[in-house]
Design a protein around this ligand. Structure first.
Ligand SMILES: O=C(O)CCC(=O)C(=O)O
Length: 252
């Protein structure tokens, strides 16, 4: 379970790393599913060229155009993902952060992120809730590293305390990224920290925590699994994209 100190740190900073919260056996199985999904281009998936973030191929026909950014609907690819989230040491910690009744929306995250050496993109500063529609912007993400995550291969960077920020329109560009060219954002950007992880480590972060990631400058692909969780009293807005898919009820 999380210590009181860890819980306080999460609420204060908007993120927390729990080392080795996915066992080597779970990581191995998640990786097996990932490599199979990548090798066989198993849908649903998203290509780097679909988003065209900085560094991505300009089209699917361009060199590296079929580089996969994420394998979507991770949950339905293998039972290991559900098994992992209901393991007592995992669900117990999620309950400590989210509350006693935990729900896993399947419309957001629920994916395996891959970062390829040659054609991966950089992701600008953003809050995940920017395109999500829930009663309150209160969800918590779990990012599971399936291998080493370092600055060199594009690990996540976060801005501590930014989950408490009520962002103003002038702070964001037209895609709702936190503007790096806005001098008044500078004091926040200066506080950014990188979050290196090892295989099996889990980064919990609030869905309002500003985060970004660089490109992969190494020769090996980086793989990570990410899910989001919400308390039962924070349902998606009816008719929104967030309500478009069913959800997993993880607790009675
Ligand atoms: O790995 C990355 O480039 C960042 C991914 C991310 O932050 C996201 O998809 O919300």
């Amino acid at each position: 379970m999380l210590t009181q100190e860890e819980l306080t740190r999460f609420h204060e900073h908007g993120f927390l790393v729990v080392k080795q919260l996915a066992s080597p056996t779970d990581v191995k199985q998640m990786l097996r599913v990932t490599l199979d999904g990548l090798a066989n281009e198993i849908a649903p998936l998203e290509y780097e060229a679909d988003l065209r973030y900085p560094g991505a191929p300009t089209s699917k026909q361009a060199p590296g155009g079929r580089t996969i950014r994420r394998l979507k609907q991770a949950f339905s690819r293998d039972f290991v993902f559900t098994e992992w989230m209901v393991r007592p040491e995992v669900l117990g910690r999620i309950k400590q952060i989210v509350g006693d009744q935990v729900i896993c929306p399947l419309a957001h995250h629920n994916c395996i992120m891959t970062k390829h050496p040659d054609y991966s993109s950089a992701t600008g500063w953003h809050q995940d809730v920017r395109y999500w529609s829930f009663t309150r912007p209160e969800l918590v993400n779990a990012w599971i590293a399936l291998g080493e995550e370092t600055v060199a291969n594009g690990c996540l960077k976060v801005i501590p305390g930014s989950h408490k920020l009520a962002l103003e329109p002038w702070q964001l560009d037209d895609q709702l990224f936190f503007r790096q060219d806005e001098p008044r954002n500078e004091p926040w950007l200066k506080q950014a920290v990188s979050v290196p992880l090892s295989a099996g480590d889990v980064l919990f972060f609030h869905a309002r925590t500003l985060h970004s990631a660089g490109r992969n400058t190494t020769t090996l692909t980086k793989h990570s699994v990410v899910f989001t969780f919400r308390p039962a009293d924070n349902p998606p807005v009816p008719g929104s994209r967030s309500a478009a898919l069913p959800e997993l009820l993880l607790t009675p």
